[in-house]
Design a binder for this molecule. Structure first.
Ligand code: F0G
Length: 439
């Protein structure tokens, strides 16, 4: 616990950037669902069994076999987290001067493409841009746009990467029909089709609930079908791996995998551990089984929906319906007097912190704005969102009720909120380290 005057001082010392606040000064941490969940007793038992051999550890084989069973990919490259898989993939696909197309790139995915000289193009379906309209699969990729891009000049496209669920677009799922159609379009133009599969289990469960043909199928079999449509996948085990660290890059392309493995050895580690300890590989192998259990997934989606419904009752416009791992407040609509450059999402994030010690994350112009590397122009985000992400198997309902009390208090004084401005920012991924000040 901290007092309000303490939190005001802490926020100022952190230059109004919540990433700069020590975790001990946070009461409820909804910054991310990435690596912040609680591991199960089975996973902790796995940690004790970890085989730390440099080459060919037992833990590696258990990890590899589970990932193969689930994804069907021949080549599995273990990485320390998702962005390492992205960097290796985009380096080996030579994205420089090419386009990578996605429903929506997440921040690190976009940054890795841009850092390597490529252009990251987002083509979500139009429904994704209307936060208050209900739609079962707002995470779909726009197939008309994809068809046009591929017909225009497929050789310009390094790959298509479908993010399931679409994190930057409200944690919304993509349907199997959409993933299949995107995959077929890519295959007919000989363009690699990848999944950013961080939240594949949530996505698969949404397919079971919302896509009629899949109602009777197990989540495991839906997940396997999803992966079977892709040429490869990047994965952060910090999400639906139910682990605190880890990831992988999977594919069926022998030549590409050889290049990826060379880069892996150079920057991550030997191919049977990547950037991970044997015990981490164990925890992930077990997490990848637990995450497809439907009782777990039912609990998971219910907890997110509970927060979403509570926020709506408190007067917050949110991306509807609530996503798989987080609730996204439409801060642009909630604070209409604060323009995109004045960072309405970050303003609200700071307010929730001062009011009750809650940490959330802006997904708007602070995260995605700044100078566009290909045009040199100042860009703003399409939507000004504030994400409240729920760590897995961590918080209780009464803690979420506290979050709702705090949010209600902030909503009552929304008219008095003023925006922020950036005083110092780095070249890439500015939201992590930028310094801000109130207007
Ligand atoms: N792709 C998506 C869709 C993500 O959400 C993330 C991470 C990554 C890739 C990168 O994975 O962190 O293991 O390197 N998202 C976290 C978040 C950080 O808060 O949503 P990583």
């Amino acid at each position: 616990m901290t007092t309000r005057p303490e939190r005001e001082r802490i926020l100022a010392a952190a230059d109004w950037n919540l990433f700069r606040i020590p975790a001990r000064d946070i009461l409820i941490d909804l910054l991310t669902d990435s690596g912040t969940g609680a591991m199960s007793s089975e996973q902790w038992a796995g940690i004790m069994r970890g085989d730390e051999s440099y080459a060919g550890a037992e833990s590696w084989y258990r990890f590899r076999d589970r990932v193969r069973e689930l994804t069907g990919f021949e080549h599995i490259i273990p990485t320390h987290q998702g962005r390492a898989a992205e960097r290796i993939l985009f380096s080996c696909l030579d994205v420089a001067d090419k386009v990578v197309v996605s429903n929506t790139h997440f921040d690190t995915t976009r940054a890795n493409v841009e850092y390597l000289g490529g252009r990251a193009l987002d083509i979500p379906v139009p429904e994704a841009l209307k936060p208050d309209e209900e739609h079962p699969f707002k995470g779909d990729i726009d197939l008309d746009a994809l068809g046009r891009i591929l017909s225009d000049d497929a050789s310009d496209v390094a790959c298509v990467i479908h993010t399931i669920t679409n994190n930057s677009g409200g944690g919304q799922p993509a349907s199997m029909a959409n993933i299949r159609a995107a995959s077929e379009l890519c295959r007919s133009h000989d363009v690699p089709f990848y999944l950013d599969a961080c939240r594949f289990a949530g996505n698969s469960y949404f397919i079971k609930l919302r896509e009629e043909r899949y109602a009777e199928r197990t989540v495991e079999s839906i997940a396997r079908e999803t992966f079977s449509l892709a040429d490869g996948a990047t994965f952060s085990a910090k999400k639906d791996g139910l682990a605190n660290i880890g990831g992988f890059l999977g594919s069926n392309d022998d030549r590409l995998a050889r290049r990826e493995q060379e880069l892996l050895i150079l920057t991550e580690g030997f191919p049977t551990y990547g950037g991970l300890a044997g015990r981490d590989l164990e925890a992930i192998a077990i997490g990848l089984r637990e995450v497809v259990e439907e009782d777990y997934l039912r609990y998971r989606l219910a907890s997110v929906a509970y927060l979403g419904e509570g926020l709506m009752e408190a007067g917050y416009p949110i991306v509807r319906p609530p996503g798989g791992h987080a609730v996204y407040i439409d801060a642009g609509s909630f604070l209409p007097a604060i323009g995109p450059q004045e960072l309405p999402g970050q303003t609200l994030a700071c307010e929730l912190y001062v009011e009750g010690g809650i940490r959330s994350v802006e997904i708007g112009t602070l995260m995605f704005g700044g100078t566009d590397p290909s045009t040199g122009e100042e860009r703003t985000a399409t939507l000004e969102l504030l994400r409240l992400a729920i760590p897995r198997r961590t918080y209780t309902k009464s803690q979420i009720d506290y979050v709702l009390d705090v949010a209600t208090a902030v909503a009552e004084r929304r008219e008095s909120l003023k925006g922020l401005r950036i005083v110092e920012e780095p070249a890439h991924l500015r939201h992590f380290t930028a310094r801000l000040e109130p207007l």
